[in-house]
Design a protein around this ligand. Structure first.
Ligand code: FPP
Length: 236
């Protein structure tokens, strides 16, 4: 995709880091009288397209909320199908990362995943570490859990009188620039434990579009809306 095929470049939009809460897979499938798993499968393809598009815009970092610390409460059949999707995706993603100059970083506690999956995640992180665009995949991720993890890590290092910078540096996202925009699909207007610390000054954009229907033109609409916001970061 050439630069002219994106509506805005990251530079024009002044976006360095965008987050996506990919909601609505289940409802999308239900509307088609299909099992929820069908929506997730379609959602995984959309994830890939949107990630590609944001890379072509030149956005330095993207974060996708794939599976939260709360999503384990879903029926086993659904959890298993998301894990299968992920596992298959991990098998094939190294080749694609290289092609798109994408570096994957997994946000969340990996220790809950089976050894083989954990190894794939670590290998992917290591093998893509020199690529240009950061794509954070939030997996077994919760914003509160991340802050607790960071504080415990700093405490274990014997740090006291913690600063905001100390905590930012101990978060899973420590290699990503400040978060500029969160886009949530599926019509609900909440953060659902996503990037709690990082979203302090991020702009929020909510759309009724269900994730499997989400298209690059919907990214353009979110970005255009963002470009018309006045970010004051607490100032005037
Ligand atoms: C929320 O929709 C979606 C999820 C909890 C899973 C997101 C997973 C994917 C998009 C697949 C990603 C896969 C890869 C390979 C990265 P929902 O199920 O809560 O939808 P609903 O609100 O309509 O029920």
């Amino acid at each position: 995709m050439a630069k002219k095929e994106v509506k805005f470049t990251a530079e024009e939009a002044n976006i360095k880091h965008i987050g996506f809460i990919m909601d609505g897979n289940g409802r999308w499938a239900k509307k088609r009288a299909m099992p929820r798993e069908y929506g997730h499968k379609f959602g995984a393809d959309v994830f890939e397209k949107i990630m590609d598009y944001c890379c072509h815009m030149g956005i330095a970092a993207q974060t996708f909320y794939v599976f939260s610390t709360e999503n384990w409460k879903r029926p086993k059949k659904e959890v298993d199908s998301i894990m299968r999707l992920l596992d298959n995706y991990l098998d094939d993603c190294e080749r694609r990362l290289k092609k798109n100059d994408v570096r994957f970083i997994f946000l969340g506690d990996k220790s809950v995943f089976p050894e083989s999956m954990r190894k794939k995640m670590i290998d992917i992180e290591n093998n893509s570490a020199s690529y240009k665009y950061i794509v954070n995949l939030a997996l077994n991720y919760g914003g509160r859990d991340e802050i607790v993890m960071a504080v415990n890590k700093l405490a274990a290092e014997g740090k006291t009188n913690l600063t905001e910078q100390d905590i930012s540096s101990a978060l899973y996202t420590n290699e990503s620039p400040e978060l500029d925009l969160i886009v949530r699909t599926g019509g609900d207007m909440r953060i659902s434990n996503f990037l709690l610390w990082q979203s302090a000054y991020a702009e929020l954009y909510f759309t009724d579009v269900l994730w499997p229907d989400f298209k690059p033109s919907d990214v353009d609409a979110a970005v255009e809306n963002y470009m018309n916001r006045k970010r004051r970061f607490g100032g005037v």
